[in-house]
Design a protein around this ligand. Sequence first.
Ligand code: BG6
Ligand code: MG
Length: 232
Amino acid sequence: MTRSRFDSLAPVDCHPLRGVIFDMDGVLTDTIEFHYQTWQRLADEEGIPFSRQANEALRGLSRRDSLLRILQGRVLPEATIQELLERKNRYFRSFIETMTADYLLPGVQVFLKDLREAGIKTAVASASQNVYIVIEKLGIASDIDVITNVYDVDRPKPAPDVFLYAAQQLGLGPEDCVVFEDAESGVEAARAAQMRVIGLGDAAQVGAADWVLPGLEGVRWHHIQAKLNPGV
Ligand code: BG6
Ligand code: MG
């Protein structure tokens, strides 16, 4: 990490941060490839065109919203939709079974430890119904104070519900929290929750964030504070 990467940006807000809310897929672990392969298999079986590029647009969307995008307006009976969703998840669960801490993205373990030492509360707020098993497989459950997903709330991302719920479960307000997200819908959800947000990855996806970084490798809490809480 070079100094200039952190130096050149203006502060966003001065309210002291007390909590970090992570998205999971694409932030803590790279399941995007697993999702891609399982959607591709399903699409091939159903004779529906799909591609790696089309999969990028599904980042952050719930399983059902992803399927509706893939169907591109094709109307199917609800029972068929349910069968497709269950089949996709069956394929995906067989990938999850193979997951270990090796599937953590670079920098995640160090950053989580750094947050613990700084006394910062942590949550995961995911669109994934598989969030609990994935966090367990990754071996980081004891580093996270609250784990939640969009099935705990009324509306999926880009609605703010899951981030507001995570903050509430942490005993914090939106102004106390910073969200880490890799998806456009997630950045939009964090903004709608009136939280600060760090975008990880492609600026085409997360350019609306307060700050865009390539990933968590080399990132320390004092970098985040210097950017979002100068002088605190
Ligand atoms: C999101 C992923 O976190 O979870 C999406 O970015 C995925 O790609 C969604 O479709 C739902 O995941 P699951 O595990 O409930 O099928
Ligand atoms: Mg994500």
